[in-house]
Write a protein that binds this ligand. Structure first.
Ligand SMILES: Nc1ncnc2c1ncn2[C@@H]1O[C@H](COP(=O)(O)OP(=O)(O)OP(=O)(O)O)[C@@H](O)[C@H]1O
Ligand SMILES: [Mg+2]
Length: 241
């Protein structure tokens, strides 16, 4: 008698999420009843036109924005009703969040920039540097540890951001257009990297992207349109290679 392998645990669950923005007399329904489960070790790519609600969705998953309705569960824990302090704690210890814009300190080295989040957890400088160096090496930045951001390419800066996001061993990784400013070669490199860390570290990864290439690296692909989630590629997208 064969026993089926246990399914991977759910890392991130979005349940019936709804978010409106009210400005003046106008109400925008930015996210309109989105439900999605991402397993540990699974990379999900989320496409969608500008204004379709992708960043709003990520910010709710990051407990930066509180949903009007629905909930966000991380390894079964509801993180959508946390106090500010608890939410900050969740982002620090359980979440990696790579925002679209590169957010590095100009005067600090790649190593110290990557170590910044670990320092925020109370880890000492020397220990944080010791822990980050191998991670940066694994991300192909071994020869760039002492470089400042202005001495790094865009792709390298993005990888420093990814290293920082991974530094505290998160169970969920959110990435908002992490390949937006990269050329095609670097895009493939970064996408491959995200796929590998997702598998190797059993992270549940939600990748927001406009790159059709990303579909080739994802386990599943969704499109958000007017705040509604569809389990397919955007209709106008070129066939991914
Ligand atoms: N703070 C805000 N106040 C009012 N409306 C907002 C606010 N933030 C976003 N919106 C609106 O909500 C909708 C969704 O915005 P969101 O930023 O989530 O889209 P997006 O899919 O990330 O777009 P992009 O691909 O351009 O980054 C848009 O119509 C946007 O104009
Ligand atoms: Mg956005």
């Amino acid at each position: 008698m064969s026993v089926a392998p246990a399914p991977a645990p759910v890392a991130l669950e979005l349940r019936e999420l709804v978010k409106h923005y009210v400005s003046g007399s106008e109400t925008v329904r930015a996210v309109d009843g989105v439900s999605l489960e991402i397993a540990a070790g699974e990379l999900v790519a989320l496409f969608g036109p500008s204004g379709s609600g992708k960043s709003t969705l990520l910010m709710m998953a990051a407990a930066v924005l509180r949903p009007d309705r629905g909930s966000v569960l991380v390894r079964g824990r509801n993180v959508s009703e946390l106090s500010e302090r608890e939410a900050a704690d969740y982002r620090m210890h359980e979440l990696g969040f790579v925002r679209q814009s590169v957010d590095l300190l100009g005067g600090a080295t790649a190593l110290d920039n990557a170590a910044m989040k670990l320092l925020g957890t109370g880890t000492g400088v020397r220990k944080a540097r010791r822990e980050m160096a191998p991670l940066l090496e694994a991300l192909g930045l071994g020869s760039r540890l002492a470089h400042r951001p202005d001495q790094l390419s865009m792709g390298e800066r993005q990888r420093v951001m990814i290293a920082r996001a991974l530094s505290t061993g998160p169970s969920v990784l959110l990435a908002d257009e992490p390949t937006g400013s990269l050329d095609s070669h670097r895009k493939h490199e970064t996408l491959g990297l995200l796929r590998d860390v997702t598998k190797d570290r059993a992270i549940g990864t939600l990748l927001v992207t406009h790159d059709a290439q990303a579909a080739g690296y994802a386990d599943r692909v969704f499109t958000l349109e007017d705040g509604v989630l569809h389990d397919r590629l955007p209709q106008d997208a070129p066939t991914p290679r």
